[in-house]
Write a new protein. Structure first.
Lengths: 144, 321
């Protein structure tokens, strides 16, 4: 079983957080995965797989992480939690810098550093969403 | 090594400010730049004043770069924080009624090394010169002794706080912008903060500044007692927790998790945060109430200030270890 953690915190002004590739991207990636998937997230996020576990407590999330083979996420709290639990996974990066916010124990996939936001320490509200900033699903699957 | 001299001024155009500027111009070691932060309610263009014109001409002839900036009228702590982050290695802060003898900056500079955070000399207020030879300069004794800078200093002493005018290492510690406009205790909190970050604070001999105390004007020319009481309470709160390492995590869930990995390395932590399920902590609201401004612990602001390119974990280590 693998876990996916597809979304980052919503933007203050609304709209898609540039740190997440978006629903269509995830659907394409999920279609390429040939093993059970558990999606984790919170109420209000779009369900991508049959098994969507919402609003898990911290102990529940840790237990799930311990049970999974690996996970795919983005630059959100989940990649830090899984790192803290000693479970390596794949992180899909776009505008935030894996050298600052990532962990070398993970597979950090970044299409190109040219997509990184010039200021890494502001809110993401004014950084445009760009799905091309993410490594393509067919490339991601090679690391799974 | 680049040194900025900052002078915050209010209500003293025609009294002590020109004396202070003249004393700075005549230092045996000139600063690399002088910035006058004008906090007057009705600021004037002093280039139209003959006396100031001469002072500015002297600066130009001596190669002392200078700038006159109009301040935000929010108090001198805002001014000092601006000077603190202007990109200089050291800042020599001079009050607008404290006249340094010609050797002061040179003498203060002679104590600079990698372990030192701030250096101050005597600040003598006539007609009273205290005997401060027994003053320890320790923060715990602040209510029990005259400030060591109020008297002649005969030997170099490592202390824990300074006041009024001193030379300090820039961009290491922030001024507390949560203080009121009077900024009572701002320099004590600031130098104590440098000390807590591991730097030596020195009170040194042969660096005398004459304080022409004048009830008129001055950057603290507010009389509202509630402002002083507010700032005093913040100061007392810092004193109360002086043996703890105050940690404020006003940031996201993931940031808490990353910070947690270094928590065990920090002695006597007192944590204020947003996610007690990650790290047992007291609330951010309580931290704000106790300590005023929390920006000095804002890891994102710090990383931006440091132009950080290393990991978040290492940024936390830089801030807290």
């Amino acid at each position: 079983m693998i876990i996916i953690s597809p979304y980052a915190k919503p933007l203050i002004k609304g709209g898609v957080n540039p740190k997440t590739p978006g629903v269509d991207y995830w659907k394409e990636l999920i279609a390429l995965i040939d093993e059970p998937i558990v999606q984790v997230g919170v109420e209000g996020e779009e369900q991508l797989v049959p098994d969507f576990r919402k609003n898990l407590t911290m102990p529940e999330l840790k237990k799930l992480i311990a049970q999974c083979r690996t996970w795919i996420g983005i630059d959100s709290f989940f990649q830090h939690l899984a790192w803290d639990q000693g479970k390596p996974g794949i992180v899909l990066w776009s505008v935030s810098d894996p050298l600052i916010f990532g962990h070398p124990e993970n597979i950090n996939l970044l299409a190109d550093r040219k997509y990184l936001a010039s200021n890494q320490f502001l809110w993401w509200d004014y950084t445009p969403h760009n799905v091309d900033a993410f490594v393509k699903p067919e490339e991601v699957i090679k690391f799974l | 090594m680049q040194i900025l001299c900052s002078v915050a001024t209010r209500g003293r155009y025609q009294t002590t400010l020109p004396l202070v500027l003249s004393a700075i111009i005549n230092q045996t070691r000139l600063p690399d730049k002088l910035v006058i932060f004008d906090d007057n309610d009705e600021p004037q263009d002093m280039r139209e004043n003959p006396m100031y014109r001469h002072l500015f001409a002297m600066m130009d002839i001596k190669g002392l770069k200078w700038e006159w900036l109009f301040a935000e009228k929010k108090g001198q702590h805002h001014i000092h924080q601006k000077a603190n982050t202007m990109g200089y290695d050291w800042v020599w802060r001079c009050d607008d009624d404290a006249i340094p003898e010609p050797n002061v900056l040179e003498q203060l500079c002679s104590y600079i090394d990698t372990t030192v955070g701030a250096i101050g000399g005597s600040i003598l207020t006539l007609p009273h010169i205290f005997d401060t030879s027994k003053s320890t300069g320790k923060i715990k004794d602040i209510d029990l002794e005259p400030n060591i800078q109020w008297g002649n200093i005969y030997v170099t002493k490592e202390v824990e706080h300074l006041h009024c005018s001193f030379l300090y290492r820039a961009a290491i510690h922030d001024y507390n912008l949560g203080l009121s406009r009077v900024a009572h205790r701002e320099e004590t909190l600031f130098t104590w903060g440098l000390k807590q970050k591991g730097y030596k604070i020195l009170a040194v001999p042969n660096a005398v500044t004459w304080h022409f105390k004048n009830p008129e004007g001055g950057i603290r020319s507010e009389t509202k007692q509630e402002m002083f009481a507010h700032d005093e309470q913040i100061f007392r709160n810092f004193l109360q927790y002086r043996d703890s390492n105050i940690i404020v995590l006003n940031c996201g869930l993931g940031d808490h998790i990353v910070f947690n990995s270094i928590l065990d390395s920090i002695p006597n932590p007192m944590v204020f945060g947003c996610y007690p399920e990650i790290i047992p902590c007291r609330s951010i609201a309580e931290a704000k109430s106790l300590f005023g401004d929390l920006d000095q612990w804002n890891i994102y602001k710090k990383m931006d200030q440091w132009k950080w390119t290393d990991s978040l974990e290492n940024a936390y280590k830089k801030l807290y270890l």
